[in-house]
Each structure stands twice: as C-alpha cells, then as structure tokens.
Write a protein that binds this ligand. Structure first.
Ligand code: HEC
Length: 116
C-alpha cells in the first residue's frame, strides 16, 4: 500500500467518528432509559419527592416532564450551568445517550406505569 492509500484508508476510518461527533443529540429510547434509573429513583422515586440528605429538601417531580426540558436540565447540571451538588455529580456520570434515554423514559407513559 502506498502512503497515500494508507492516508486515504485512515481518513475513511475516521469519518464515521467525525460524523457521530457532529450528529445532533441521540434519540432517546424509553425502554433503555428504564434500565438506567437506579441512580435516580433513590431521590426521584420517592412518593412526595423528598429526600433527607444532607438535609430534608424537596426533589422535583420529573416523571411526565417534557423530554426536551429533562435533556436540557441534565445537560445544564453536567455543564455546571445549574448548580445543585447531587444533581451535578450525577449528571457528570451521564453520556448524551444516557441523558436522551432517561429523558425519553421519564417523559413517557412508562414512567407513570412503572412500579418504581
Ligand atoms: C441525591 C438525590 C437525587 C438523585 C439521586 C437524582 N436527583 Fe435529580 N434532582 C434532585 C434534586 C434535589 C433536584 C433539584 C435541584 C435543583 O434545585 O436544581 C433534582 C433535579 C433534577 C432535574 C431538574 C428538574 C427540574 O424541574 O428542574 C432533573 C431533570 C433530574 N433531577 C433528573 C435526574 C435523573 C435523570 C437522575 C438519575 C440519573 C437524578 N435526577 C438523580 C435530586 C436527585
């Protein structure tokens, strides 16, 4: 193989990655999201939406919330544009796909019929 064709091959390999990086936010999958809520239900799954650590405070209801709103909120916590220590720490662990799936789940009817 010539250097030129090697370069061409490398360029072709790099393309899908570049296309992904520029792609719009991934589509959310509610079923996949339902597998990712363990990190959330400790707070957002409690009836009355209150948590007692480090002090008692209200946790907003996110089930049934608009999908775009949930995505935006999580991105803002992750970026530090919203500052809540727990949510910032949790959002930091989420990928764009996780956020999309969680938003799809919480905004969907699934979240209202799920037992937790
Ligand atoms: C330690 C408790 C806790 C956990 C765990 C938790 N949250 Fe939160 N969440 C909160 C609190 C408290 C707020 C309100 C923070 C504020 O005032 O900005 C909040 C806010 C939010 C908001 C913004 C709601 C709004 O109306 O502004 C979203 C969306 C959200 N959480 C999603 C999630 C998701 C998804 C997970 C799991 C990956 C999760 N949270 C895990 C406590 C928690």
């Amino acid at each position: 193989m010539t250097t030129q064709s090697l370069l061409a091959a490398a360029f072709m390999l790099a393309l899908p990655g570049a296309a992904l990086a520029q792609a719009p936010a991934p589509a959310g999958d509610a079923a996949a999201g339902s597998q990712k809520i363990e990190k959330c239900i400790g707070c957002h799954g409690i009836v009355g939406w209150r948590t007692a650590f480090p002090e008692v405070y209200n946790v907003p209801k996110i089930g049934g919330q608009h999908q775009t709103y949930i995505v935006r909120a999580l991105q803002e916590y992750r970026a530090g544009e919203r500052s809540h220590p727990s949510m910032k720490a949790i959002a930091a662990t989420l990928s764009d796909k996780d956020i999309a799936d969680l938003a799809a789940y919480y905004s969907s009817a699934l979240s209202k019929t799920a037992s937790k």
